[in-house]
Design a protein around this ligand. Sequence first.
Ligand code: DGL
Length: 269
Amino acid sequence: MIAGMPAVPTILVFDSGLGGLTVLREIVRARPDARYVYVADDAFFPYGQHSEAEIVGRVVPVIGELIATHRPDLVVIACNTASTLVMGHLRRAWPVPFVGTVPAIKPACAQSQTRRVSVLGTSGTVKREYTRALIHDFAGGCDVTLVGSANLASLAEKALGGDADISDADITAEIAPCFVDDGVSRTDTVVLACTHYPLLLDRLIALAPWPVTWIDPAPAVARRVVDLLGAGDIEAGSGAPEMYFTSGRPHAPGAALLPSFGDRAKLAI
Ligand code: DGL
């Protein structure tokens, strides 16, 4: 735990859109007594379609402005596409503690029985040097398939916004390459390497050609937050987070905060 943290810390949770809510809900469970500021950089969504230089050039100054405005005691980057690039830049620029969200490759490979794991992320995340390094260091002999999805984050965003027209075929097309069967062994574990994807978990489970374990890193992020801030008052009632959207477009945060996420994802360790 970091010395000098206030009894009621302010935690800033940042994502390109609503996907970071899947991380926020776990952090709120772990520290219900904290004050939360959630910022969706929807003016720049989807991050997965931007170049590495564009993401660094966007996220670093935006976080600087948010730190100046909200004075957080800790910042969570609840986005794999950004975290796999910007954490070093952020830590060098500001003394605030930062927690990132990166593909949970280590726990996934540790628990796979068939030794076949897929990493489902944005096309940006699966291309990153950072992601390749995680596989190099932690695959432990597993065969890891990287699946870059161009549209799943946008589909999740639409579904959470109440759009009932997201077809099974749209989702199936994005997840199909995760399911590898070479006749000897088949994928048994899929890493949800984008914070938007757990928003669709019920549909991912229903549309999978065979059952797999889905790994959501959010609980591991929440544990890291508690390590840094301390345990706090776990019995406290949680207040509603302040929510900001960089586009200024109207949203229905009440509805967005009560999604039925499904809770069958295996938790990252
Ligand atoms: N939620 C983000 C992530 O975890 C990405 C979605 C996007 O492409 O903006 O990678």
